[in-house]
Design a protein around this ligand. Structure first.
Ligand code: PGA
Ligand code: ZN
Length: 435
């Protein structure tokens, strides 16, 4: 039974306010911190911000905090739910207490904080790790699959001050045999990349973006992928990595004209048609080991998605397109727009709904890619979630910055724990077959 629920305003990795929840049961105190996006999609659940220009530039979350303390806490505690058995009921109750379609009344940030803390309490009450508790919730099988970490090592888009239009360039150590080796290789390439960036663009170019990747002064995807290939090869890891891109194309779409502006950050438009953008991606795929592209097109440009999906075999992941929302997934399946879900807890606002979105994706033959947000916290919940759902891959930024590495370090802890319990009968690293 839940004894107390208390929310407070804390900071995220951008220094923006966010919601912390502490939930108490007889098993202890269970905390959560809520993340926040920058390239947010229009179909995401609503993040409640105070809009008071005199505090935190309007970004305060005291209304969400108060909604937890004054509305959610008394109502939820009065229901006498048992976190060990009732997570789905708790999440449904939170959703109905809000009553809006997008959780805008109480705030998805308020609701998610409670949902995550309740899941942690449930695990503790059963005396099992969070990944095992979530696995049972999802009715997933074992052995556990440790996800391939997709390290975002070059940042662009709205996550960095350079003129690179695409938001994320990721490296995935698919040839590793264990999580430990995967993280080591990723960190080695990241360190090497710093040297390569410094040699080409000078020391000032080695600062990092919101997700810990370098943000060199480049505008072209080709140039970035060359940097990645060089760093991988210099480390002696040739052939062991695959690359991935999150274009986050909603940010540079001009819906009135039906075109994309690759110069959107430079102040000098570089307009490309939908066809040219598709051709650009196809060209990159033939030249580099790119196995995954996320948000290649804008959230409402369904035709471009469907056409690209038909023309390529790689994994095409819907982030803004799907917003971790079952209704959007249904439409995307019908339109054959993509073949994978990007799963972000705060896009939908409860753990249960996010897991249902994953289930619906798997049922349709898609893959699921678990994701952090650009505004992150030291909460490592998504590491356990990726293991529980056997998603085979996860992105949590660069192997750099505390709020990113906390997820990778948690995965290393899980691997160590499972190996000590029974090695390969308990777990394996997803590797090249991560889909
Ligand atoms: P966001 O970026 O958290 O700023 O939305 C992450 C992503 O687009 O995948
Ligand atoms: Zn994205």
């Amino acid at each position: 039974m839940i004894r107390t629920i208390h929310a407070s305003q804390r900071l995220d990795s951008r220094g923006h306010p966010t919601v912390q929840v502490r939930l108490t049961t007889s098993a202890g105190v269970f905390a959560s911190l809520v993340p926040s996006g920058a390239s947010k999609g229009a179909y995401e659940a609503h993040e409640l911000r105070d809009q008071n220009p005199h505090e935190f530039h309007g970004l305060g979350v005291l209304r969400a905090v108060n909604n937890v303390n004054d509305v959610i806490a008394p109502a939820l505690i009065a229901r006498n739910f048992d976190c060990s058995t009732d997570l789905a009921r708790i999440d449904a109750f939170l959703d109905s207490l809000d009553g809006s379609a997008d959780k805008s009344r109480l705030g998805a940030n308020a609701i998610l904080g409670v949902s995550m803390a309740a899941a942690r309490a449930g695990a503790a009450e059963l005396g099992v790790p969070l990944y095992e508790f979530l696995r049972r919730q999802a009715e997933a099988i074992r052995p556990y699959i440790l996800p391939v970490p997709f390290f975002n090592v070059v940042n662009g888009g709205v996550h960095a001050g350079n003129t690179l239009p695409f938001q994320e360039f990721m490296i995935a150590p698919v040839a590793a045999q264990t999580m430990q080796v995967a993280v080591q290789w990723g960190a080695e390439v990241y360190m090497e990349l710093k040297k390569v960036v410094k040699e080409r663009y000078g020391g000032q170019a080695t600062g990092v973006g919101d997700e810990g990747g370098f943000a060199p002064p480049v505008s072209e995807a080709h140039e970035v992928l060359e940097l990645l290939a060089t760093a991988v090869n210099n480390c002696g890891h040739t052939g062991k990595f695959e690359f991935a891109i999150d274009a986050a194309a909603t940010e540079f779409y001009r819906p009135e004209e039906g075109v994309y502006d690759l110069g959107f950050k430079s102040g000098r438009p570089r307009i490309v048609s939908k066809e040219s953008l598709r051709e650009l991606y196809k060209d990159l795929i033939t030249k580099y080991p790119i196995r995954l592209i996320e948000d290649p097109f804008a959230q409402d440009d369904w035709d471009s998605w469907a056409q690209f999906h038909e023309e390529t075999k790689i994994e095409i992941v819907g982030d803004d397109l799907l917003a971790t929302n079952i209704e959007r997934i249904k439409v995307a399946v019908e339109k054959k727009a993509c073949n994978a879900l990007l799963l972000k807890l705060n896009q939908i606002g409860t753990v249960t709904e996010a897991m249902n979105a994953a289930k619906s994706s798997f049922d349709n033959g898609w893959s699921v890619f678990v994701s952090h947000r650009s505004g992150e916290t030291t909460d490592d919940f998504i590491a356990d979630l990726a293991v529980a759902l056997r998603t085979g891959h996860l992105k949590a930024g660069a192997p750099c910055r505390g709020e990113r590495v906390v997820k990778y370090n948690r995965l290393l802890d899980i691997e160590e724990e499972l190996h000590s319990q029974g090695g390969l009968t308990m777990t394996h690293y997803a590797g090249a077959k991560y889909r």
